[in-house]
Design a protein around this ligand. Structure first.
Ligand code: HEC
Length: 134
């Protein structure tokens, strides 16, 4: 390929053009790598081992759900602020459908963005392990 074409200014300075192209190539590679270091890519950087109710699920509910699903005023009669309440909608399957925006349940959090992919994977792992109160 002709390396000098994208940089008309240096058309006659082939060495300079090559150096500039190399610098751009090297720095863009580095940038790509940096992005790969902190992704939310399912299955790669997402640690789904030993997901804890107390350490992960309960705080996630507190941040995203309990405002509308407290025991005192549970929207749709769904309680996410207690283990017992959450377990009911986990067992019915509505919890998983709702947070994954699958058909058959209202998408949750209502009016908000879907939870990040890694958080959904961790929830799946927690449900798969029997949704324990760990
Ligand atoms: C802004 C208020 C609001 C927030 C935040 C919210 N919900 Fe809801 N949720 C509702 C309302 C209202 C309903 C009942 C009406 C409906 O189904 O749309 C509901 C219904 C549900 C249902 C039953 C859905 C069905 O179709 O059976 C589940 C499960 C649920 N929410 C879970 C959650 C979870 C988990 C979160 C956090 C990730 C959350 N909600 C965040 C308002 C909210």
């Amino acid at each position: 390929m002709n390396l000098s074409t994208p940089i008309p200014l240096f058309r006659n300075l082939k060495l300079t053009a090559l150096l500039v192209a190399l610098t751009v190539a090297v720095s863009s590679c580095y940038y790509d790598k940096e992005e790969e270091l902190y992704p939310q890519i399912p299955g790669s950087e997402c640690d789904t081992t030993n997901v804890s109710y107390a350490q992960f699920v309960a705080p996630l509910m507190a941040t995203n759900c309990n405002g509308c699903h407290s025991e005192a005023a549970p929207s749709g009669n769904v309680v996410t602020s207690t283990y017992e309440g959450l377990k009911i909608s986990v067992n019915s399957g509505q919890f998983r459908k709702a947070i994954n925006h699958e058909s058959g349940a209202s998408a949750m959090p209502q009016g908000g963005n879907k939870l990040p992919a890694c958080e959904l994977l961790k929830i799946d792992a927690w449900i798969a392990s029997g949704a324990p109160q760990n």
